[in-house]
Design a binder for this molecule. Structure first.
Ligand code: NAD
Length: 441
């Protein structure tokens, strides 16, 4: 099938590369010239495991190319998948500026074409958006009728950054929300050789499935985080509690790892938008509201624990190392990363921060800037003479930091393990003053 992908970020480029790897002819569209050139050189403009390899293979074979010209891409394609960003606006609702613009461009191209094409929205949006916003824009700009002249649907994406290629190719489920049978059939074609259950619904239900799935996962993490704060006080270990809970298949051990809270480009905005919509339709959700509030507080647990561990209870002039900046391991994505509020809070209290991350330092510079903030490539070097360290993102690489390194390099070896990454017994045996989220004394 000939496919146009509008918007080549984490979702769009992975979608395009994976469909091209299945034999489809893919044209990726973006508004950023640098991204387009890089893709055409076979280089991924973002870090995502396996993506560079796919581009290196598929670009020379001409199965995948990129362009700035949306009209040409739409004219040449049968399926047009819109994957532009829908960031949050005023921390509560989705900002549809990019989505509206991309949709208009697609509509204008549809106007010029005599062929039946199907437009698919993959960008996450509030339930009702495909029917109430996208459909009217497409009909107005194209002068055509949906269902009659072109197809339309919403196909949510559930991939996780870091393992996006793997997730895209092996999803737990594929949800197709089409306005009619013809649209659904057409979208189904590209998933024919996927070994996953396919659910066919209307667009609004598909949008609801996406946003409620993310909200539920966020709520599950916040639940275990709040329980972790309790176990810390009553003297048990959240890891054992979570293990005991997770062995119950009705609960499962997924998303039961206590830590410093959830971040990233999806959970925060999706749950906020759903909460906003619950209020709008007159059934404000207390659970969603509490989940959002609990997550706002959670990153600062690390700061509270550290404060109580410091002899003089003051951050002023202290050298504090932050291990990990990205919102989670295996990605360079800094959007809503919990490292940001932690670092900003410590800088406000006059701490001197040495922050390290295997790949997110360049992106982090766009989010954090202060004369007392230093980015260091080598974590062992960052730890030298430090007063304390907080592990924020559990990169596998940090396992190279042995208890000896903490004990011998740091001025005072205080380690706040925000993700329960290190072995407390081994750390303590070497003299490290170890604190773990949810680990009672
Ligand atoms: P992103 O910001 O990484 O990428 C969006 C891309 O769209 C950018 O490259 C941008 O330049 C481009 N763009 C903006 N306006 C355009 C236009 N008019 N025409 C062409 N390109 C345009 O975003 P992302 O993380 O890939 O997310 C995309 C959507 O998918 C969002 O709605 C997001 O919520 C959703 N989603 C993201 C993830 C994830 O893990 N990142 C997972 C599932 C769903």
């Amino acid at each position: 099938m000939k496919i146009a992908i509008i918007g080549t970020g984490y979702v769009g480029l992975v979608t395009g590369a994976c469909f091209a790897s299945k034999g489809h002819d893919v044209i990726c569209v973006d508004v950023i010239e640098e991204k387009v050139s890089k893709i055409n050189e076979g280089i991924a403009p973002i870090y995502e495991e396996g993506l560079d390899e796919l581009l290196k293979e598929l670009v020379p074979k001409k199965k995948l190319k990129a362009t700035l010209n949306a009209k040409d891409a739409v004219m040449l394609s049968e399926l047009i998948i819109i994957c532009v960003g829908t960031p949050s606006k005023d921390e509560a609702i989705f900002d549809y500026t990019y989505l509206e613009e991309a949709t208009k461009n697609v509509g204008l191209a549809l106007k010029e074409s005599d062929d039946y094409k199907v437009v698919v929205i993959k960008s996450t949006c509030s339930p009702g958006t495909t029917l109430n916003l996208i459909k009217p824009i497409l009909e107005e700009t194209s002068g055509k009728e949906s269902g009659e002249d072109f197809g339309l649907g919403f196909n949510p994406e559930f991939l996780r950054e870091g393992v996006a290629v793997e997730d895209f190719l092996n999803p737990d489920r594929i949800v197709i929300g089409g306005i009619d049978e013809r649209s659904i059939k057409s979208i189904r074609t590209v998933f024919e050789d996927f070994d996953s259950p396919i659910l066919e619904v209307d667009p609004t239900t598909a949008e609801m499935i996406k946003i409620t799935s993310n909200s539920f996962l966020a709520m599950k993490i916040s639940f275990i985080n709040e329980i972790a704060n309790i176990t810390e006080k009553i003297g048990s270990d959240i890891q054992d509690v979570a293990k005991g809970m997770g062995l119950d298949h009705r609960i499962s051990d997924k998303f039961l790892r206590a830590g410093l809270g959830w971040g990233g480009s999806c959970f925060p905005k999706d749950i906020s938008a759903l909460y906003h919509q619950s209020k709008e339709v007159g059934v404000p959700s207390k659970l969603l509201e509490s989940t959002i509030a609990a997550n706002k507080k959670q990153p600062l647990r690390a700061v509270e624990i550290l404060k109580s561990a410091l002899e003089d209870r003051s951050f002023e002039g202290k050298k504090i190392v932050i291990l990990g900046l990205a919102f989670k391991p295996d990605t360079d994505d800094m959007r809503d990363a919990v490292s940001i509020p932690i670092i900003n809070h410590l800088l406000d209290k006059d701490a001197i921060i040495y922050a390290t991350d295997p790949i997110a330092i360049e992106n982090a510079k766009g989010y954090l800037d202060h004369s007392n903030l230093h980015f260091v490539k080598d974590p062992a070097e960052a730890l030298e003479d430090a007063d304390a360290c907080i592990l924020v993102t559990e990169w596998k690489k940090f396992a190279l930091l042995t208890p000896k390194i903490f004990a011998e390099s740091m001025k005072t070896p205080i380690l706040i393990d925000g993700r329960r990454f290190f072995d407390p017994a081994k750390m303590r045996a070497e003299g490290v003053i170890y604190y773990g989220i949810g680990l009672g004394k």
